[in-house]
Design a protein around this ligand. Sequence first.
Ligand code: TPP
Length: 324
Amino acid sequence: MKYDRDTLRRLYRRMLTIRFFEDKIGELFLGGEIPGFVHLYIGEEAIAVGVCENLTDRDYITSTHRGHGHCIAKGAQPKAMMAEIFGKKTGYCKGKGGSMHIADFSVGMLGANGVVGGGYNLAVGAALAAQMRKTGQVAVCFFGDGASNRGTFHEGLNMASAWTLPVIFVNENNQWASTTPYRTTNNIEDIADRARAYGIPGVVVDGNDVFAVLETAKAAVERARAGGGPTLIEAKTYRIKGHFVGDPEMYRTKEEVQKHFDENDPIKNFTQKVLAAKLLTQADLDAIRAEAAAEIEQAIGEARQAPYPDAAALYEDLYEEGVK
Ligand SMILES: Cc1ncc(C[n+]2csc(CCOP(=O)(O)OP(=O)(O)O)c2C)c(N)n1
């Protein structure tokens, strides 16, 4: 394996931060401590982390309703995310947006999105701006298998291809769109095949293997930066948790889910590989685990203590300053 120890530590730390963040969000939601609605990214960590390893803070991403992992992988602060999900004033949207509105423009995270398929055209727009300004930035659009059947998918890919825009479309095919299994709404095995219709590369990758995702995204990012235009990447994975926290999951068996988790947990895959290659020791991994767990505990502690926004703030931040 060609990765240095710092890179391996960073990949593990980011995947674990996402896992611990999501585990805790699930517990807190079921415990009645957080309001709203949350969708967890557990089991899909290798995709956001592998892709974002190739990006800088100046590059853009667009996200989905299942956005916590994308935010953390792009460098958003778990503390401000946690506070937002708790509905507190110290959160990213001052507690007024919640899970599906988290954004951090300072690291190029253009926002989670409650609209399925709502990210394509934002990413295409960001990429168009980068192309016009000749900045060398790229935009990544994360989206689900369900979202690949929205009309915006075709609009976005067509325009990106026709104008050779620096966009990477990253499909997270977790086999489920809410309660609907992939094959009941698609007559093709691979969403990546659709790339051919737009004259762009379409690549399938194991979304549970952070190294495979990293390398596939690297090629696509290099191509986009060099003016080669968009790529469609389909990362195959599986949605380990319910569609949302509290989903009774009547549409699949616990055994099916457990089998996928046992066989494909991206974090277990990672640790097995790095330990077998003797690139990190168990002590290294344990230290990173402790660090990530402590960061999340601290974020929860601070979010609990933080104040709720004042009722008088309800109508603030609706419009950009100076714009009527
Ligand atoms: C335009 C639109 N249609 C429907 C919904 C309701 N909805 C929320 S999530 C979801 C399923 C999305 O599935 P997928 O794109 O595969 O993402 P996943 O949840 O698997 O990550 C649906 C239908 C929505 N939020 N927006």
